[in-house]
Ligand binder design. Structure first.
Ligand code: IPE
Ligand code: IPE
Ligand code: MG
Length: 233
């Protein structure tokens, strides 16, 4: 079982458009997938789930879509409070959340506060997230403090520092790119791409992705024989 799963939740807009619906309807259905997948991860004992919900680049979308997404985010944050506390899931975020509208920031702060004590799983939402910017900021902070820039010191400066390494990264909707998500953290993650659009990605699809992950051999630069020997030790 992967300890940490990260997901690029893609394809909401195209899914809706394909059904002749406004893009926002796709985002609404996508919020239901968030709930299903979060529940399933918790049930399976996954320790960390990180969801790419809104990239820094997504601010460039039409104002009406951005506004709709922000409203949806706020209602999600308020609506999921009981679900999260009831399932012992801690909510946290990565990204430039100070860019979000005040009402969303307030909803976020309250949901974080209410779930602070939860320990069974950490749900991290990437919001206004820009991985290159994160790495640049981390390097800048280290330089300013006079700390030597090493892999360890830089990892410690990132907002993901307290999370386990990403074991499995899933992207839905057929696109096969990283889109500025967790560039540093994905160094040795297993990647899983599926044609299924995010609004249709539910429990069974997650299980299929985890099965694919389970069938892989992670070698971290070593040979297959070395990995087998390690397993026997
Ligand atoms: C993902 O779905 C959600 C966000 C990026 C906010 P998209 O909105 O990117 O859907 P497509 O890729 O246009 O279909
Ligand atoms: C990435 O999806 C961001 C999120 C899923 C939140 P996009 O749909 O914005 O990515 P690109 O622009 O197609 O690469
Ligand atoms: Mg997209």
């Amino acid at each position: 079982m992967p300890a940490h799963i990260a997901i690029i939740m893609d394809g909401n807009g195209r899914f809706a458009e394909g059904k002749g619906l406004p893009r926002l309807e796709g985002h609404k259905l996508g919020a239901q997938s968030v709930q299903s997948v979060t529940r399933e991860c918790r049930r399976l004992g996954v320790k960390a789930l990180t969801l790419y919900a809104f990239s820094a680049q997504n601010w460039s979308r039409p104002a009406a879509e951005v506004a709709g997404l922000m409203e949806l985010l706020e209602s999600y944050l308020v609506g999921e409070r009981e679900e999260l506390t009831g399932n012992d899931i801690r909510l946290q975020t990565i990204g430039q959340t100070e860019m979000l509208p005040d009402s969303v920031q307030e909803a976020l702060a309250e949901t974080k506060r209410l779930t602070e004590h939860c320990r069974s799983m950490t749900l991290t939402l990437a919001l206004s997230y820009d991985s290159r910017q994160e790495i640049a900021n981390a390097a800048q902070k280290l330089a300013m403090s006079g700390t030597k820039v090493t892999q360890a010191s830089l990892s410690q400066m990132l907002s993901t520092a307290t999370l386990p390494p990403v074991d499995l990264m899933i992207r839905t909707s057929g696109e096969q790119r990283i889109s500025n998500f967790l560039l540093w953290e994905l160094a040795y993650s297993e990647l899983y791409f599926t044609e299924t659009p995010w609004p249709e990605f539910r429990e069974a699809d997650l299980l299929t992705a985890i099965e694919s992950y389970g069938a892989r051999e992670r070698r971290f630069g070593m040979t297959s024989a070395q990995i087998e020997n390690e397993g026997k030790k």
